[in-house]
Design a protein around this ligand. Structure first.
Ligand code: NAP
Length: 281
């Protein structure tokens, strides 16, 4: 069984971004907006800022109070949309309950929507037009390609149909000429479908749900899930995915671990998209 090394591949991508920025003297600048002080969001935002620093991308930080109104946030986004210096805008989710996330995300200019979450970016992906692609699924395509895994003609099954992972994943695998099936919580006899997969992407948000009974021998298994564990009850392990790794590794030909698989790729692709934003300008 081959372990797909997301940590190494994400470093490779960040190094490529850094080299391009240095070599061509590109000025890229990412505006990162955080509303409130959610601890997990604060960690994600700090990791994004560190990655910017590593790549030579300027990060502009907007840390706003929990009480910020939707109107104030829309005004900030409008200002950043118009600011030529800013090449990417990111608004960390989730937002406080009194703010409509959809309105905020759709207010970001498609030319700066480096998360690829707005309706215009998603629509562009669906019809194969140019636009930013959601970082997690884009990262999974890079993991497969850079690990020498053929997608064209292969049976690809995705578990989960969220807007940020499952659906864009389906579009991207289709673009790579995979034969794609999207499954979800209402899918009947789901194992009959997942057991046909040459490439199985699991994004169900349920710790260790997918065991070997879901997997065909020789399949490539991509685990998108991230869940915190109590290390004292789990032999020192702090994280697990949606896949029961120890059980599935007996059957799979290649797998992503958690941590060190899909997770690091998301930030690397954010850096890639921010560079793209600067180049397109
Ligand atoms: P989500 O919005 O909760 O969606 C979960 C999807 O799984 C839904 O479509 C749901 O179906 C489906 N599902 C739930 N139970 C199922 C079952 N028993 N069989 C088949 N499908 C089932 O989750 P998400 O945002 O896509 O995230 C999924 C996981 O990936 C989470 O653990 C999240 O933390 C992780 N994640 C990681 C990264 C990263 O950077 N590595 C990025 C994003 C997300 P219905 O639509 O029918 O409800």
């Amino acid at each position: 069984m081959n372990i797909i090394d997301g940590k190494a591949i994400s470093t490779q991508i960040k190094d490529e971004v850094r080299e391009k920025i240095e070599r061509d003297g590109i000025k890229a600048s990412l505006a990162v907006i955080l509303v409130g002080q959610d601890p997990a969001s604060t960690v994600y935002v700090n990791n994004k800022k560190k990655a910017c620093e590593y790549c030579g991308i300027e990060s502009l930080s907007y840390e706003l109070a929990e009480s910020t109104s939707e109107e104030e946030l829309l005004q900030l986004i409008d200002r950043l949309n118009k600011d030529d210096k800013v090449t990417g805008i990111l608004c960390q989710l989730p937002l406080p309950k009194h703010i409509n996330e959809e309105r905020i995300i759709d207010a970001i200019s498609p030319s700066k929507d480096v998360d690829g979450f707005s309706k215009l970016s998603v629509g562009a992906l669906s019809v194969g037009a140019k636009g930013f692609v959601s970082c997690t699924p884009a990262g999974i395509i890079e993991l497969l390609k850079r690990s020498g895994i053929e997608i064209s003609g292969k049976r690809c099954v995705i578990m989960g149909r969220s807007n940020i992972v499952g659906k864009p994943m389906a579009m991207l695998l289709l673009r790579e000429n995979g034969t794609v099936t999207l499954t979800h919580s209402k899918t009947e006899n789901i194992r009959e479908i997942t057991k046909t997969a040459d490439i199985l992407v699991v994004a169900v948000g349920k710790p260790k749900m997918v065991d070997s009974s879901y997997v065909k021998e020789g399949a490539v298994v991509i685990d998108v899930g991230i869940h915190r564990l109590d290390p004292e009850k789990n032999n020192g392990k702090k994280l697990c995915g949606d896949v029961d790794y120890e059980d599935v590794e007996k059957l799979a030909s290649a797998m992503t671990p958690v941590p060190g698989g899909v997770g690091p790729m998301t930030i690397a692709m954010l850096m890639y998209n921010t560079l793209e934003g600067a180049l397109r300008r």
